[in-house]
Write a protein that binds this ligand. Structure first.
Ligand SMILES: Nc1ncnc2c1ncn2[C@@H]1O[C@H](COP(=O)(O)OP(=O)(O)OP(=O)(O)O)[C@@H](O)[C@H]1O
Length: 269
């Protein structure tokens, strides 16, 4: 099996290509300027950068949740629907779990399948299998109010994975969680990435989180948002508790941190 430490073992087929994407909001804010980025199938790419550098805007444009003012998003390997999106291939996890409080865990995870016209009974085995992959097989009948913050986020991840997407977009999903829960969820996401071969684009403010999770880190800078550095992150070590205390991890954090400081220092004011 390919591991995060051997990204070369993953195929290098482009999944999504951002070509010279710019975004100017009606307020006049130029959130992105001429951003180009190719993400290959099977990669785990973190978008890292200071507040306001356009990370969320870039993710939302990739997801089709917002339009680019100019430039294009291309999906070389996917079948495209009328909205220019690869049908069923993208899922989004937000910082808030955004669960429906009146629905059980099962009902919440059913939602994207329901929107495709799949009944609860027809979806049952897929939903239960997906809940098992996030460790919530015993909580299908629980309501969101009965769950911890970390468990709610697991439900949100299960809801994103139940449609078996090719691309998982995650916008600071663990920023509101305590450190230990965050580390556990980091490990869960890495395990799911291994098991499913899914491509992940992960937005974070955290140098430490990006260096732990990714096999590639794209550092962005603000005013206007654009790519400052695009760095592969290669190590022969498995990403686990030992990696967190290793020299490889320390060096990766230092390199990424320096790139981030450089990006902030070179912003135009
Ligand atoms: N709907 C909007 N209307 C106007 N300006 C917006 C809108 N959404 C974002 N912006 C502005 O665009 C810029 C980029 O915002 P964005 O949220 O993409 O950055 P970010 O890097 O994700 O920030 P953060 O890390 O704080 O979430 C910011 O200056 C922001 O204020």
């Amino acid at each position: 099996m390919a591991t995060p430490s051997s990204p070369s073992a993953r195929p290098r087929r482009p999944l999504v290509v951002m070509e010279n994407v710019s975004k100017q909001f009606s307020s006049g804010t130029l959130a992105l300027s001429d951003m180009s980025l190719t993400v290959n199938a099977g990669e785990f790419v973190s978008l890292l950068g200071p507040s306001g550098c356009g990370k969320s805007t870039a993710l939302r444009i990739i997801a089709g949740l917002g339009d680019a003012s100019s430039g294009a998003i291309d999906w070389p390997a996917s079948r495209i629907n009328a909205r220019g999106l690869p049908e069923g291939d993208i899922s989004f996890v937000f910082q808030e779990p955004t669960l429906m409080p009146w629905q059980t865990v099962f009902g919440n995870v059913h939602l994207p399948l329901k929107l495709r016209g799949i009944s609860k009974s027809a979806a049952r085995s897929d939903i239960l299998a997906t809940l098992a992959t996030v460790g919530l097989q015993d909580f299908a009948d629980a309501y969101p109010r009965e769950l911890s913050g970390g468990m709610k986020m697991r439900v949100s991840i299960a809801r994103a994975l139940v449609t078996k997407p090719k691309l998982l977009l995650m916008d600071e999903p663990f920023a509101a969680l305590d450190e230990i829960t965050r580390q556990k969820l980091n490990d869960d996401v890495l395990r799911l990435w291994h098991e499913t071969g899914i491509t992940v684009i992960f937005v974070t403010h955290s140098v430490y989180e990006s260096a732990y999770l990714s096999n590639r880190i794209v550092v962005m800078k603000a005013r206007p948002g654009r790519v400052h550095a695009d760095m592969p992150l290669v190590t022969s070590l498995s990403r686990d508790a030992h990696y967190r205390t290793s020299e490889d991890y320390r060096q990766a954090c230092e390199t990424v941190s320096n790139a981030l400081l450089e990006a902030i220092g070179s912003e135009e004011h």
